[in-house]
Each structure stands twice: as structure tokens, then as C-alpha cells.
Design a protein around this ligand. Structure first.
Ligand code: C2E
Ligand code: MG
Ligand code: MG
Ligand code: MG
Length: 277
């Protein structure tokens, strides 16, 4: 009995794996089609100065409207795209689209605003990454001082030395850099000093529990102090209410993002809400 059960169990398990595999293969093919069919869109979430309440920048976040499945979350398709390698094409599209949008806003007479894009480890580790970005900047006439690149803490921990070379290159081009999801990865505070970065983004898990858990509040406080000692600016992610915001104010956090101010919205909403002509 035991044996049969065991075998059946194994069989079920492998079928599920195969189904998952097939679904991923289909999704990967869909991602490639989506690039051609213009199914991706960038949404933007404002970044706010904690003290003045002023919008100081926007984070670009990719959105995918699948023709059959409807909206697919980046948390689902970005990891798949990283595995298959198609993230390189997605990443190029994201940077080009953000630069185009920036230029369009300037041409309409709006005040230029810094735009942050997310870049994954796979992209950052390509030796031609900085050259590709330079190409896009030239092509779109984008002033690099308004472009920021967000890299997760874990991606800089793979091939750290090569990453630092690329990061130095990007900095020399005039681009600013930030470490995203800080606190969730495996780096130690000591590493932070080696990275040529401008901003540290505290992961939302700490920010969101800062009022409920003493330990999270202590971590947030320590991260802000440490970042300031290293000459970095701090962005808190995932601020959902005024109480967390006032805690961040007390701890002298520089900037924040979160549903409390705004969810990520499309370019038209950004124009309507934050640009006054
Ligand atoms: P991330 O870069 O850390 O982005 C922050 C995520 O938190 C976004 O989810 C945003 O919508 C969400 N968020 C912002 N404020 C709040 C809040 O107050 N409460 C809560 N619960 N959530 C909040 P999103 O857009 O679903 O993106 C998820 C992740 O997917 C991103 O995390 C990033 O790692 C990745 N991603 C998104 N767009 C891109 C892209 O263009 N390229 C790459 N490589 N990755 C991307
Ligand atoms: Mg990010
Ligand atoms: Mg993050
Ligand atoms: Mg994240």
C-alpha cells in the first residue's frame, strides 16, 4: 500500500511539475510576442520628499496586459524572463520607453523629473550593459542625470566585482544608482561601502511592520543612520499610512513611496496629477 501510494504520489508530483513547465514555456513565448505586439506599458509611482511633501521622482514599473490572461504581475513574469534570457529585451524596452516618456514630458513643457527603472541581475551582468544604456541615452536624447537605475541587493551580490565595474561606468555616464529591497538579501552592511550608489531603498517588509514590531522599527532606524553615515539618501518603500510616514519623519528618512501617496499609475495620470503647466 505504502509503495503504491508513494508511487502515485510521485506521479502526481511530476505531472504537476510538467504542467508548470509547459505553462512557463507558453508564457515565455507569450512574452516574446508581447514585445512585438506592444502589450507592455510602464506605470509610474511618485517618490516624495518626506519633509516637504514634494514629488522628487518616479519609479517606472512594468505592466503586462495579456490578450487572454488579462493583467500578469511582474512578480510572476520577470523571474521567468530572467530564466529564459528574454529579460534583456524587456529591460531594453523599459529603459527606452522611460527615456522616451521623459523626453515627451519635457517637450510638452513639464519640469524634468528623475525616473528610476528596475534592472535585474541578468541584465547588469552582461558586459555590454553600460554600452547598451549609452546607446539608448544617445538615441532618445535623454539627459543621464534624470535617469536612475535600481538594482536589488541580491543581484549585486552575484559577481560583485564585475557589478561594481559596471556600476562605476554607469555613474561616470551621469546615471544615479540605488539598491532596491535593501534588508532582504544576503549582503552585510560592510558591502554597502563598496558600491558606488546614491540611494538606499528600504524594503517594504520592514517599513510596513515598523509600527507593529519594535524590531522592524529598530532595523529601519539603523538603516537610515547607516546610509546617512555613508552619504547616501534613503527611500522607504511601501508607506501605506500617515503613522508610518510620521515615524519616518522622526527618523529623518529622506524620501518615501507607497499607496499612502499614490499607487503606480499610467503616464496620463502622472501628467494630470503632478505636472502643472
Ligand atoms: P520593486 O522594484 O521593489 O517595486 C515595488 C513594488 O511594490 C511594486 O510592485 C509596487 O507596485 C509595490 N508597492 C508600492 N507601494 C506599495 C505599498 O504601499 N504597498 C504595497 N503592498 N505595495 C506597494 P509591482 O509593480 O507589482 O512590481 C513588483 C516587482 O517586480 C518590483 O519590485 C520589481 O522587482 C519587479 N519589476 C517591476 N517592473 C520591473 C521592470 O521594469 N524590470 C524589472 N527587471 N523588474 C521589474
Ligand atoms: Mg524597484
Ligand atoms: Mg523594492
Ligand atoms: Mg521587489
Amino acid at each position: 500500500y505504502c509503495k503504491i501510494n508513494g508511487r502515485n504520489h510521485m506521479l502526481m508530483y511530476s505531472l504537476t511539475m510538467e504542467e508548470a513547465y509547459n505553462e512557463n514555456v507558453i508564457l515565455d513565448a507569450d512574452i516574446r510576442k508581447a514585445l512585438h505586439n506592444d502589450e507592455f506599458e510602464l506605470y509610474y509611482q511618485p517618490q516624495i520628499n518626506v519633509t516637504t511633501g514634494e514629488v522628487i521622482g518616479l519609479e517606472a514599473l512594468i505592466r503586462w496586459m495579456h490578450p487572454k490572461k488579462g493583467p500578469v504581475s511582474p512578480a510572476k513574469f520577470i523571474p521567468l524572463a530572467e530564466e529564459s534570457g528574454v529579460i534583456t529585451q524587456i529591460g531594453e524596452w523599459v529603459i527606452r520607453e522611460a527615456c522616451h516618456q521623459h523626453k515627451e514630458w519635457i517637450e510638452k513643457g513639464h519640469k524634468p523629473m528623475r525616473i528610476a527603472v528596475n534592472v535585474s541581475a541578468v541584465e547588469l551582468q552582461r558586459t555590454d550593459f553600460a554600452a547598451k544604456v549609452q546607446g539608448i541615452l544617445t538615441e532618445t536624447h535623454m539627459d543621464p542625470h534624470f535617469l536612475e537605475i535600481e538594482i536589488t541587493e541580491n543581484s549585486v551580490m552575484q559577481n560583485t566585482e564585475d557589478c561594481i565595474l559596471t556600476m562605476n561606468c554607469l555613474r561616470r555616464m551621469g546615471i544615479s544608482l540605488s539598491i532596491d529591497d535593501f534588508g532582504t538579501g544576503y549582503s552585510s552592511f560592510g558591502y554597502l561601502k563598496q558600491f558606488p550608489i546614491n540611494y538606499l531603498k528600504i524594503d517594504q517588509s520592514f517599513v510596513r511592520s515598523a509600527l507593529k514590531e519594535q524590531s522592524s522599527a529598530a532595523i529601519v532606524r539603523a538603516m537610515i543612520q547607516l546610509a546617512h553615515n555613508f552619504g547616501l539618501r534613503v527611500v522607504a518603500e511601501g508607506v501605506e499610512d500617515e503613522h508610518v510616514l510620521s515615524l519616518l519623519k522622526n527618523e529623518q528618512c529622506d524620501y518615501y513611496q507607497g499607496y499612502y501617496f499614490s499607487k503606480p499609475v499610467n503616464a496620463m495620470e502622472i501628467e494630470k496629477n503632478y505636472f502643472s503647466i
